[in-house]
Design a protein around this ligand. Structure first.
Ligand code: GLN
Length: 295
């Protein structure tokens, strides 16, 4: 007889194994096997089971032998199948952690990435004398809401061209009791000139046809939030001059970009007359954020 670890997904679902397999440990084992083609199969399985059971990961670890109800097993199996076909974990759970916040997300919003927390950190380090900060292309509101959670006395404005994304961001603001003001417009086009001390953005920066777009889950995310034209730089060509009109003299522009786009972004910034242009690496030591000052 085959050992447990060698059973296929379908064999493991067969009747004889059913009672053991509706235990927490059994469910996790076969989900992990079904998701073996993904990088974090065990973690994904655990996070989907916390969602299906409405329990914590510690609870799952405490009660491996406990059986769960059939409807929970059914929901879990469906979630595992969707994850196996590439749907991001964040969309299946409907939420994702960013900074110190748990944010609602859906397929109209990018899943917030850990490297974007670096952009938040850098913005905070430039914010001491700022009173108005604008986040462009806010998506689910991640950057603006993280900044607002740390800067209670500042005015935070967040724009996005997508009404669906703004609906998610507004729900997040409501849940967090945050007073970020949301404006539906293309980058800064809906805002008046010289109105801000800081402009920050994680715009779409992947080039059309880049292989990254077929990476795990990325195909399910909104192209509007990911793809920045043939060289990935279209958004910077719009944001950099617009921000120069919107920023007060001495104000800061902070831009996330691709690891190989720093030189191009710096050139666009210096061409538009910005000063103090500095690129910072992220935790993986990849060039990720460029900051510049409007003179
Ligand atoms: N960092 C994202 C990714 O790697 C891209 C985000 C963006 O285009 N702004 O998928």
């Amino acid at each position: 007889m085959a050992r447990r670890g060698t059973l296929s997904w379908h064999e493991m679902k067969s009747g004889a194994e059913k009672s053991t397999l509706s235990s927490i440990a059994g469910l996790l084992l076969r989900a992990q096997s079904r998701l073996a083609h993904l990088d974090n199969s065990r973690l994904d399985a655990e996070l989907l089971l916390t969602y299906a059971t409405q329990q914590t990961r510690s609870w799952l670890h405490t009660w491996p032998e406990r059986s769960v109800d059939d409807d929970v097993v059914q929901l879990f199996d469906e979630l595992v199948e969707r994850r196996a076909s590439g749907v991001p974990l964040a969309y299946l759970r409907g939420q994702w952690d960013f900074w110190s916040l748990t944010l609602q997300v859906n397929n109209h919003t990018l899943v917030p990435r850990p490297e974007t927390e670096h952009l938040v950190e850098l913005t905070l380090s430039h914010a001491a004398d700022a009173s108005v900060i604008i986040d462009l292309g806010t998506g689910c509101g991640a950057i603006a809401l993280a900044l607002a959670s740390e800067l209670r006395d500042k005015s935070l404005i967040a724009t996005d061209v997508s009404a669906e994304a703004l609906a998610v961001a507004k729900n997040n603001a409501l849940a967090l009791q945050s007073n970020v003001e949301f404006v539906q417009c293309d980058w800064l086009t809906g805002l008046s000139n010289k109105c801000s001390d800081i402009v920050v953005s994680n715009p779409p920066y992947i080039a059309c046809g880049d292989e990254h777009l077929v990476g795990d889950g990325v195909a399910f995310e909104p192209a509007l939030a990911l793809v920045g034209g043939t060289d990935g730089l279209d958004a910077y060509r719009q944001i950099i001059p617009q921000a120069s009109r919107c920023l007060r003299p001495g104000g800061w522009l902070l831009l996330e970009h691709g690891h190989d786009q720093a030189a191009a972004v710096c050139e666009l910034l210096s061409g538009a007359g910005y000063a103090n242009i500095v690129t910072q690496a992220d935790i993986a030591r990849l060039d990720r954020v460029t900051t510049a000052r409007r003179i």
